[in-house]
Write a new protein. Structure first.
Length: 128
């Protein structure tokens, strides 16, 4: 014999949202796409440091990040006019992330929110 279950509107809403979310996740997995990087701190969890990083290059090719630009290893950091010891990543949601190459061991990626600094980053990336 069939059972009748009473659902409130909030129960039904929660179920529908869960099904939609699971469906979206399933579609992402089926298409073979990797999850997008949406926050600079996520780069730290992948243990991506400075230098020519194959993982970051791969993420850029897969479309998980928009742009990766590494610092120039041959820069003389004592000459502050030429020094730019940062690696940059621009995420698909247009967040700008940077990593100080001089502190490779900390693997700490930060978000740049200042508009003038973002313009400078775009300029630096275009010259690299």
């Amino acid at each position: 014999m069939k059972r009748i279950i009473k659902l409130t509107e909030s129960d039904l809403t929660r179920i529908v949202r869960r099904v939609i979310k699971e469906n979206e996740e399933s579609m992402n997995m089926d298409s073979g796409s990797k999850p997008q990087i949406t926050d600079c701190k996520q780069l730290s969890q992948f243990k991506v440091g400075a230098g020519s990083n194959p993982l970051l290059v791969k993420m850029e090719k897969e479309g998980r990040i928009k742009k990766y630009s590494e610092s120039n290893k041959s820069i003389d950091y004592s000459d502050s006019s030429k020094a730019d010891p940062y690696n940059y990543v621009i995420l698909n949601n247009n967040k700008f992330c940077y990593h100080d190459r001089k502190n490779d061991r900390d693997n700490n990626w930060e978000e740049q929110t200042d508009g003038n600094a973002k313009s400078k980053i775009l300029s630096v990336i275009s010259k690299r």
